[in-house]
Design a protein around this ligand. Sequence first.
Ligand code: DOR
Ligand code: ZN
Length: 431
Amino acid sequence: MVVTHQSPSVRISTYETSTKECLKTNKKIIIHSSPQPFSLFILDSFLPSLYSIIRIMSTTSKSSKASPPNTEITILVPDDFHHHFRDGIKTKHVVHHTNQRFKRCIAMPNLSPPVTTAPMATDYRQRILSHLPTQTPDSNSNSNSQWEMEPLMTLYLTDATSPQDIQEASKYDYIKACKLYPANATTNSAHGVTNVKLIYPALREMAKCGLLLLLHSEVTGDDIDIFDREAQFITDIMTPLAVDHPNLKMVMEHISTKQAVEYICHDAPPNVAASITAHHMLYNRNAILVGGIKPHFYCLPILKRETHRRALVTAATSGNPRFFAGTDSAPHTVMMKESVCGCAGVYTAHAAVELYAEVFDTEGALDKLEGFLSHHGADFYGLERNTELLTLTKESWEVPYSYPFGWEGDRDETVKGLRHGEYVHWKIVGI
Ligand code: DOR
Ligand code: ZN
């Protein structure tokens, strides 16, 4: 074993591996990229498999910077600063995946009805907690015994949110932030804010109480192209907002553009940071549109062109502490996604940390992974860093075609996670 990098908590090591080979047989491709080879069967009649194979080949194709198979990395257990737990029985399935990967998760409040008050956040937190393994002793749902995931709560801002609502929320140590959805910008945002000036009194109170402002950073309006909505938000809303509230910590969530990266790096005051999803760093808009419409890649903000994806990867892997992980894992049932009007959202809770590892590995930046996943967000939020450890190994595994996701009436529902039926190339040791 060769230890290639070591810091107090990060340890990256590589093992001698068998020679890589790629054997092509009649109807089968075997890729021996590790001692556990995986096989892919090409069904002539199933064209999408070909796209899968091409994607697997391209994601495993060695960027010269990437680490060898079986590299291991141990980091402080990550936090997710943007997570959709949904509600009811669906939450059980989400919690199962989340608890394996994250210590703390910022829970989004865009339920129906939205979580607008401290008592609603308290009830929602209880409902999330009720699905953790210690609350469900019969469940065999989890294998991590080092930690139990902790949901941190947010309030959904409306035009009517008052300074009193904020004061009340600040009494609960598990309520950390309020979420600004511009009205009608995304899923369940109809009750969102119509004019940010209307909530200035609430924002001033948040700054006083130490609650953060989380922003879905897109303008709305039929006249504004969906690919331009984030950039326009920066000019029209974000820039003046940051100037008007210098003492309010703000997070531009799930940024998707070069303009947002440039804003954070060059123009934003120090009270503004940004979170980045794995899917916005792994895919560009071709994923949605090339070779047929792929609804499971549709999310908001929508995936952008390659130059933007590259800017996000560069920002995340640079080590700049103003960028950190927020998965925006947003599950919808297969029925709601594969529809004439499919919902926005990509489900990544089943593999989020592993997918981030892929991004950093491809860039030769595994030494920056822990900062992005486990330090920067906690530091910006003013939270203690976690102490527990999580080990990842560079080993491919196949994502199930779907996961159970509750039921509607007497029909069982499922959710398709990112890479369903395909491979993720990093694995958490122990699950
Ligand atoms: O793609 C998205 N899905 N973006 C959001 O902002 C909301 C989320 C959801 O709740 O489904
Ligand atoms: Zn979201």
